[in-house]
Design a protein around this ligand. Structure first.
Ligand SMILES: [Zn+2]
Length: 406
């Protein structure tokens, strides 16, 4: 699945119509959650039926395209099934009980209710919401793809305007059709707060300055916003709304800048290596530590790993997550466990006397774990293929192979 995004240029009344469509989406989603709460054993199909009922009951629901209505109900079902699966997996802490949303920001049309014009420079939404024809601004070309490949058209509202996203059912690998040359390099990376990344050769990528700068600016605009907020008042002043707008614009800018940086770093890594091993950190668990929470959720590790996996897949490389246990404690030279606090930046082994940067030591362990994991899974597959499940040892396979050759 790939996503192509355009900015929308339209008239004021069209933006109001988009807002109305988004509000209806939110209405359907929340009503679906309510229906699930009030009734027993509700499934996805029931929510769809309920959606049809809502359309009969409320004319503004009926105005929204039928598939867009369905997609709004599906959002509710997504939240519900995520909750179910969290309960099933018994993940610790909150399970994400579905809640009502107050600021839904998008409306999703599927394959109907809209039409691209021939040049693909504008799109017309044809349901009862009256959005009509809007211009699309952006450099990416939709012409390469056939209409049947566009599975969804989504309108998204952001602080700086409206966007249309097209979701295409295309394998990103096929879309580029270029697997990269093998580089012969494998790398283990340790993600951290002081340095964003350290690899197994001790190479460090520091967290960029704009991370902290952006944070300061955000805090300042947030303070200004809070000062203008009058508690207990139903309608806030114009100055408050101006400050709120400034804050959300700033927020958008800072997060875009961060995401772009993470994306580029991931791409650079995938282009220069064949195998990238990283730690499968439970970000959710870590964020519970209040001291670290802010820094971790800002660090962007999960976004970074998503981009790593995406690019690795797209360019035919391997990215691999390994369990994080003992990666920073174990000595990468002799395997001895050397306990250390988070503040200790150097690994000093009392057994083999090796002295290493803490993160470099971890990165070496991560790479080793990754290669071990790969060899085990590939080795086991080999065994299953030969029908002999009892020998899971790669050594045995090799022995057998050499015996056959003789
Ligand atoms: Zn050692």
């Amino acid at each position: 699945m790939i996503v192509i995004e355009y900015k929308v240029k339209a008239k004021q009344h069209q933006f109001l119509a988009i807002d109305e469509a988004i509000r209806t989406t939110q209405f359907i989603r929340n009503k679906s959650i309510r229906y699930w709460m009030d009734n027993e054993k509700v499934n996805g199909a029931d929510l769809n039926k309920n959606c049809t009922k809502l359309a009969k009951e409320f004319s503004f629901v009926k105005d929204l395209n039928s598939m867009a209505r369905q997609s709004a109900a599906e959002r509710a079902w997504l939240a519900i099934s995520r909750f179910y699966s969290n309960c099933k997996k018994k993940i610790p802490g909150k399970k994400g009980y579905p809640s009502f949303k107050k600021n839904v920001r998008s409306v999703e049309y599927k394959t109907c209710g809209w039409k691209l014009d021939k040049s693909n420079k504008s799109i017309t939404f044809k349901d009862g919401k009256g959005i009509g024809k809007v211009k699309l601004i952006g450099s990416r070309e939709l012409n390469f793809y056939s209409d049947s490949e566009i599975k969804r058209a989504r309108i998204v509202k952001r602080a700086d305007g409206y966007y249309v996203q097209f979701c295409l059912s295309i394998d990103p690998r096929v879309a580029v059709n270029t697997s990269l040359e093998a580089t012969g390099n494998a790398v283990g990376i340790d993600l951290g707060l002081i340095d964003f990344m350290t690899d197994n050769q001790g190479l460090k990528v520091p967290t960029p300055k704009f991370y902290r700068q952006g944070e300061k600016q955000l805090n300042r605009t947030n303070r200004k916003k809070s000062k203008k907020f009058k508690k207990g008042q139903k309608h806030q002043s114009n100055n408050y709304h101006k400050a709120r707008k400034r804050y959300s614009l700033k927020h958008l800018r800072v997060s875009r800048q961060r995401k772009e940086w993470l994306k580029r770093l991931a791409l650079r890594l995938v282009k220069s290596k064949d195998l990238i091993v990283y730690e499968d950190l439970n970000v959710k668990g870590l964020v519970k530590n209040p001291k670290l929470a802010k820094s971790i959720s800002d660090a962007g590790w999960s976004i970074f790993r998503q981009w790593l996996d995406y690019f690795a897949y797209k360019y035919g490389k391997v990215s691999l997550a390994v369990a994080p246990h003992y990666t920073s404690q174990e000595c990468s030279n002799c395997g001895m466990i050397v306990k250390k606090a988070l503040s200790e930046r150097t690994h000093v082994c009392s057994e083999c006397k090796s002295v290493l940067d803490r993160d470099e030591n971890a990165a070496i362990n991560i790479l080793r774990k990754g290669i071990y994991q790969l060899s085990t899974t590939l080795g086991r597959r080999e065994c299953e293929a030969s029908g002999d499940e009892t020998s899971a040892l790669i050594g045995e396979i090799l022995l057998r192979a050499s015996f056959v050759n003789e």
